[in-house]
Design a protein around this ligand. Structure first.
Ligand SMILES: CC(C)(COP(=O)(O)OP(=O)(O)OC[C@H]1O[C@@H](n2cnc3c(N)ncnc32)[C@H](O)[C@@H]1OP(=O)(O)O)[C@@H](O)C(=O)NCCC(=O)NCCS
Length: 149
């Protein structure tokens, strides 16, 4: 997959908001109950997306100049990963994840931490993550992956 990665800009806010919302609504079910996906999707407002852009390091993946996914990191923590549903299953998510792990490895973080949603847990476990704690009250699964072998 020939994705190009770049840092997100403020002008990306509405596209990133839209990708997040649609990816959750369309890709999380049926593994995640529809109502749960809807509650998760609506937790973020457009202004919340703008705040994320200010507070997190957000990278986008582009295919032929189209933003097809994004991932956010803060220190050694993965704060979000989303693929546009019309590009799902084409390696956008895995490509972004590998790129973000590479950044954290270059910064010499020993491991990466995240809270996987129930629908995405197996996606991470197949990519070297392990459970690192009990399910959170919000239903997420703490996971971690060692970066420095
Ligand atoms: C998790 C997510 C980012 C993965 O993105 P993606 O670009 O579809 O991921 P990839 O193409 O790299 O891999 C998807 C996996 O699903 C499989 N798949 C096949 N067809 C698929 C389809 N139509 N839709 C989704 N996944 C598909 C792929 O083969 C791959 O399987 P693998 O894990 O055995 O390799 C994406 O599903 C998403 O945005 N989900 C909603 C938001 C979410 O849950 N984010 C994670 C929060 S912790």
């Amino acid at each position: 997959m020939g994705a190009v990665y770049r840092l997100a800009m403020r002008e990306d806010a509405s596209r990133l908001y839209d990708i997040r919302r649609r990816s959750i609504l369309e890709l999380a079910p049926p593994t995640m109950p529809k109502a749960e996906a809807k509650a998760w999707a609506t937790k973020l407002t457009p202004s919340g997306m703008e705040r994320k852009l200010r507070e997190l390091e957000i990278w986008v993946a582009e295919l032929d100049g189209i933003v097809v996914g994004w991932g956010a990191i803060q220190g050694d923590t993965l704060e979000g990963l989303y693929a546009a549903p019309e590009f799902a299953g084409q390696g956008v998510g895995a490509g972004l994840l590998g790129m973000l792990e590479g950044l954290m490895r270059d910064r010499e973080f020993p491991s990466v931490h995240a809270e996987a949603s129930s629908n995405a847990r197996d996606f991470y476990l197949r990519r070297g993550y392990r459970a690192s704690g009990p399910q959170t009250p919000e239903g997420a699964w703490p996971i971690a992956k060692e970066l420095l072998a």
